[in-house]
Design a protein. Structure first.
Length: 480
């Protein structure tokens, strides 16, 4: 493996076997971001402690986001093969505990453990692609991994509804047991021939603790800001203080550590820095729009399912196009430029379309999804192709960190802007039913969503500027 294993020369059949195991593991982790949502009402009715219900989702996402750079670094130091099996095993064990939970605190604890395992799966599988695939070909294969996220977002809700209605909400978690065991067996068997080299270095435990403290409170603060119109609360002030202190001490520790958790020198590499920011803004749009589009449809009396499906189908389509073209051209900048240029255009088009014409909105949302899909795999390729080989894992893990931050901020900022554009609107309506949304004045709603989408289009110009500043590098077709 690059950086911690001898660069293997795999036959096409061996490579397919390895990637099949990795994609199954990633699909399982991505599925749990969406499969649980439809089971939440049943969970709230059957478990005491419903005031913690929101943490069933947010606890998973927070833990996954914080753990990705830590697992990325551990993979660089200890090797990725067994660490991947350990992350999957933790995910499976946590799924078992979630299904056995007797109250909400037990379920939230299980979900946090699930998120830690999922963060490890995400970081290690994508780093392994960098280990096994030549830089020029990585976009093609990373596109398949991006497709796993889209497939999970489409399958998760109906599968969760089927399991919870036909059997029990507990099967939403127990379905991971056979998938996880199969993923462990496939990943261990398919990577058995890879010779890993471990580095004799100390793990930065203090840096890890400070990152968890600072980043965890930052994500907690961002998630709160997206749920309450009044930001000036004691709880938010405490979270902000802990986030600032924790991250400041983390930076000091990274400067002092002989083996930092996240080498600050990575920030001085332009493609790495740009790739992280591009992934931040791409997930800002992806998650923000996933919340905004159903509300936009509800305001016109629709359900929003077809609009969301258009967004979800567009993402893998864009990823496959961009991945194939980057492999053919041996360059990633043209595809990133195309995606970042299409995004603000699609948002402006969506803003100007009539609010009650759902069929006309579907092509614009398909274009939004394709624009985002073109950015995800190619931005990751930009990071992996420029990062030092010994830091490939942590550079890839930080990609997941920036994606998580972008998604959380996208929901918080767009939700808060909507509240300010709808005077007197009850903030709780965003998380309840569509009735309170559609009860507002139609003209006010149309103008609010139009203004919000135009503001979002302005935000989408920022990644375009970042893409324009990218160096147009030619990718090697040989594995180091």
């Amino acid at each position: 493996m690059t950086g911690n294993a001898a660069a293997p020369r795999l036959s096409p059949a061996q490579l397919r076997n390895v990637l099949a195991g990795l994609m199954l593991a990633l699909f399982m982790a991505a599925l749990d971001q969406t499969i649980v949502a439809v089971a939440l009402p049943d969970i709230a009715r059957n478990l005491p402690g419903s005031e913690l219900l929101a943490w069933v989702v947010s606890g998973y996402l927070l833990a996954m986001t914080v753990s990705t750079p830590i697992f990325g670094k551990l993979g660089d130091l200890l090797g990725r093969r067994r660490l991947l099996a350990g992350a999957i095993a933790l995910f499976v064990l946590a799924s078992l505990l979630c299904g056995l939970a007797q109250d909400m605190p037990q379920l939230v604890l299980g979900r946090v453990l699930q998120g830690i395992g999922a963060g490890g799966v995400q970081a290690i599988t994508q780093a392994l692609v960098g280990d096994l695939i030549a830089p020029a070909e990585r976009g093609r294969y990373q596109a398949w991994f991006s497709g796993m996220f889209a497939l999970a977002s489409l399958i998760g809700p109906p599968l969760g509804g089927l399991l919870s209605s036909q059997w029990s909400w507990r099967w939403v978690f127990w379905v991971n047991l056979p998938l996880g065991v199969l993923a462990i067996l496939l990943s261990l068997r398919s990577t058995a021939g890879l010779v890993e080299k471990r580095r004799a270095a100390r793990i930065d435990y203090l840096g890890s603790a400070l990152l968890i403290l600072g980043l965890g409170n930052l994500l907690l603060l961002i998630s709160r800001l997206g749920q309450q119109p009044n930001w000036q609360t004691a709880e938010n002030g405490q979270a902000l203080l802990l986030a600032v202190v924790g991250l400041a001490l983390f930076i000091v520790q990274q400067r002092r550590s002989a083996e930092p958790l996240i080498p600050l020198g990575l920030l001085r590499i332009p493609p790495v820095r740009a790739g992280w920011l591009l992934l931040f803004f791409a997930n800002f749009q992806a998650v923000g729009l996933a919340v905004l589009i159903p509300l936009h449809a509800h305001s016109a009396g629709g359900a929003g399912a077809s609009q969301l499906m258009a967004l979800a189908f567009g993402a893998p389509l864009g990823a496959f196009i961009a991945g194939s073209l980057s492999a053919r051209l041996g360059r990633y900048k043209p595809m990133i430029l195309c995606g970042t240029l299409l995004m603000p255009i699609a948002l402006v088009l969506l803003a100007l379309l009539p609010n009650d014409q759902a069929l006309l909105q579907i092509p614009a949302l398909l274009l939004c999804g394709a624009a985002l899909g073109m950015q995800f795999p190619t931005s990751l390729v930009a990071v992996q192709s420029a990062a030092p080989v010994n830091d490939l894992g942590v550079a890839t893990g930080v990609c997941g960190l920036f994606r998580g931050l972008g998604g959380a901020l996208g929901v918080a900022l767009l939700s808060s802007l909507l509240w300010h554009l709808l005077p007197g609107f009850d903030a709780g309506a965003l998380s309840e039913t569509s009735g309170s949304v559609s009860a507002l004045d139609d003209n006010l709603l149309r103008q609010a969503f139009r203004t919000l989408l135009l503001i979002d289009a302005g935000i989408a110009v920022l990644p375009l500027l970042i893409a324009l500043s990218l160096e147009d590098r030619t990718l090697s077709r040989r594995l180091s």
